[in-house]
Design a protein around this ligand. Sequence first.
Ligand SMILES: NC(=O)C1=CN([C@@H]2O[C@H](COP(=O)(O)OP(=O)(O)OC[C@H]3O[C@@H](n4cnc5c(N)ncnc54)[C@H](OP(=O)(O)O)[C@@H]3O)[C@@H](O)[C@H]2O)C=CC1
Ligand SMILES: Nc1nc(=O)c2c([nH]1)NC[C@@H]1CN(c3ccc(C(=O)N[C@@H](CCC(=O)O)C(=O)O)cc3)C=[N+]21
Length: 299
Amino acid sequence: MTTVIDGKKTAASVVEAVTVAAAALERDTGRRPGLAVVIVGNDPASHAYVSSKSRMAKQCGFKSVQHTLAEETSQQELMELVATLNADPEIDGVLVQLPLPKHLNSEAVIQSILPEKDVDGLHVVNAGKLATGDAETGLVSCTPAGAMILVRQIRGPDLSGLNALVIGRSNLFGKPMAQLLLAANATVTIGHSKSRDLPALARQADILVAAVGRPEMVKADWVKPGATVIDVGINRVAAPEKGEGKTRLVGDVAFAECAAVAGAISPVPGGVGPMTIAMLMANTVIAAYRAQNKPAPKF
Ligand SMILES: NC(=O)C1=CN([C@@H]2O[C@H](COP(=O)(O)OP(=O)(O)OC[C@H]3O[C@@H](n4cnc5c(N)ncnc54)[C@H](OP(=O)(O)O)[C@@H]3O)[C@@H](O)[C@H]2O)C=CC1
Ligand SMILES: Nc1nc(=O)c2c([nH]1)NC[C@@H]1CN(c3ccc(C(=O)N[C@@H](CCC(=O)O)C(=O)O)cc3)C=[N+]21
């Protein structure tokens, strides 16, 4: 029987542990974890994600602040806001929602966040710590950290002897996911738009992770029987069967046909997405413990 991985349930247990850790920190130091989320412009999907992040932060007992900036915000204004948040002792985590409007240089903004407040794990210091095996003292990007918890649930902590293919090589997901799998002893391949014969590479994979942004690209004949399939893609597509103008969310994996071949598969929605938000909360509580010079909880 194929296991459908329940990301919602696992995310709820992470959030529960975060809530307990936040309450303990407040009891011991009088300080609540503080998370600031910055959003620029009017993209409706980004606004939906940001409000669910702010809502979850409050549910965890955090101080939660949201800065909503106009589409025409300048690079300097945005960088000044980040500098203010960097200097604010009540803020432990700063997240700038991506993508930013085209006139802004996101890399410069991200690199201006203090590494110890970079709860997205995108600062070169945090990416470098992950790459050199020092992730314990840094912060790991939320989506790969969450996806890795799901992989561990199915395969255990040691992936020795297993082949993994990550499709996608972004700094936000593909590269850090590959590093986490490698650190767990998997034999890792990274596929991308210039790869030759991805289906053949995929058929070798005991762990197949898709983060491309192409609806249902991974088909049943790409999947090795019994493989663990992790679908990171979030694609909104037309759903005329639900009524005119309606949409639905699909991943980068053709779920029903791949589920028939896989050993375990994560759905969209209800798979990696909820884990991303849970790990953002986990990173914020970790940053808050470190800011108080206390050993941080592990998730
Ligand atoms: N569930 C969650 O919490 C999250 C979901 N996502 C989703 O994951 C997906 C990927 O996100 P992200 O990594 O930020 O996206 P990017 O657009 O930054 O990266 C996409 C990657 O896919 C590769 N790619 C594009 N087309 C193909 C193709 N035809 N064949 C093989 N590879 C291809 C690109 O290759 P190249 O480098 O050569 O261009 C690139 O490496 C999106 O759907 C996004 O919405 C993202 C973050 C969090
Ligand atoms: N700086 C930055 N960090 C991010 O981590 C980041 C970002 N920018 N920009 C956009 C992507 C996307 N992302 C998601 C988070 C949660 C869900 C999520 O909760 N998904 C639900 C469904 C949500 C729905 O129904 O729309 C699910 O899959 O079950 C999805 C996608 C974080 N991202």
